[in-house]
Design a protein around this ligand. Structure first.
Ligand SMILES: O=C(O)CCC(=O)C(=O)O
Ligand SMILES: [Fe+2]
Length: 340
């Protein structure tokens, strides 16, 4: 990561307090942030620090189980379950050095919840927290619908978690601690650069456990490039960092930006955080049967399941291209230079 240059831009902080009476002002702030940055920090959203910490405590209990126990609920093709060092990013061609567990509301969780006895209270705690995150998401969706000239309930209905076609996910993440005395090996990434492919992501972080960096600048949602000017986003107690995903970028005819981001591998003991990092990402995904098209009809109509399939294919194709690039660089005799 020695090629990184930093820019000290800050992301907008937006409060949702008195939502009903301030909805137009909040909508203007959200639209401006979505157009310019693709990232913003929410305060006054109604989820208390204690509620967030209770879910982090549940996440810690989950990850503290032996791998053999977690392996009973492995990652599935329906985007649920547990993985460890298994997510390879097209930007790096290497697996993220983390473990994660993804939960949904409906049938996609069949067989992917641990038995109650293995982790008492975990399922009820997590589903209750997901509903709290959904309440916040619904308010953002009303504002984005207004901003784009759709009826208020347009996006809320397309992300209805009470229906069996729901795909929305809460992902618990755990990045492993590193020893500041031992430099991380080449090719070690906590989370390689990527854009999310959902509508909007709500990211919960723990104060002190830094590492998130963002890189605005994408022009169209189909673009898979990445820029080189990064900005650190420090966790603050009680704040929810939100980012626009590819779905909303496409649904807004590329007006709102889905922004590249990553979790930096610590390289400097003077400034970087080497301890374990826990984070939680709530990915708002569309119902499989909803129809997606922006007001200007820039892209053809697709259903929620078609959009998901296309996003996975774009990711897969980009990964193949990265692998070919790595092979050709290696056979060109410059293996060391290939480490990005
Ligand atoms: O852990 C984080 O802070 C970021 C996670 C993330 O970007 C993702 O899982 O998509
Ligand atoms: Fe992400």
């Amino acid at each position: 990561m020695s090629d990184t240059t930093y820019s000290n831009r800050s992301i907008p902080k937006i409060s949702l307090h008195d939502f009903e009476s301030r909805i137009d002002a909040i909508t203007s702030e959200l639209v401006a942030a979505a157009e310019a940055d693709g990232f913003f920090a929410l305060v006054g959203h109604g989820i208390s620090e204690a509620e967030i910490e209770a879910q982090f405590a549940a996440a810690e209990r989950f990850f503290a189980l032996p791998d053999a126990a977690k392996a009973a609920v492995p990652f599935t093709h329906r985007n649920t379950g547990w993985e460890k060092r298994a997510q390879i990013r097209p930007s790096t061609g290497a697996a993220d050095q983390k473990e994660s567990y993804q939960m949904q509301y409906g049938e996609a969780m069949d067989g992917v919840w641990l038995p109650e006895a293995a982790l008492p209270g975990f399922r009820a705690q997590s589903l209750a927290f997901m509903r709290r995150a959904q309440d916040v998401s619904d308010r953002l969706m009303v504002c984005f619908a207004r901003g784009l000239g759709f009826p208020d309930d347009y996006f809320v209905r397309a992300h209805d978690v009470s229906r069996p076609t729901a795909q929305t996910v809460l992902r618990l993440l755990h990045y492993f601690a590193l020893d500041p005395a031992v430099p991380a090996p080449d090719g070690y990434y906590r989370a390689g650069a990527h854009a999310d492919w959902d509508f909007v992501t709500l990211l919960f972080q723990r104060p002190g456990q830094s590492g998130l960096e963002i890189c605005p600048g994408r022009e169209v949602f189909t673009e898979f490039g990445r820029g080189d000017k990064w900005t650190k986003v420090e966790p603050a107690a009680g704040e929810i960092v939100c980012n626009i995903g590819d779905l909303l970028m496409s649904w807004s005819d590329d007006r709102f930006k889905s922004t590249f981001h990553r979790v930096k591998t610590p390289t400097d003991p003077a400034t970087d955080y080497y301890g374990p990092r826990y984070s939680m990402a709530y990915f708002n995904q569309p119902n499989t049967d909803c129809e997606i098209q922006g007001p200007l009809k820039k892209y053809p109509v697709v259903t929620g399941s078609e959009f998901t399939r296309a996003a996975m294919k774009r990711n897969y194709d980009a990964l193949q291209a990265k692998k070919e690039e790595m092979v050709s660089t290696a056979t060109g005799g410059s293996l060391v230079a290939a480490a990005s």
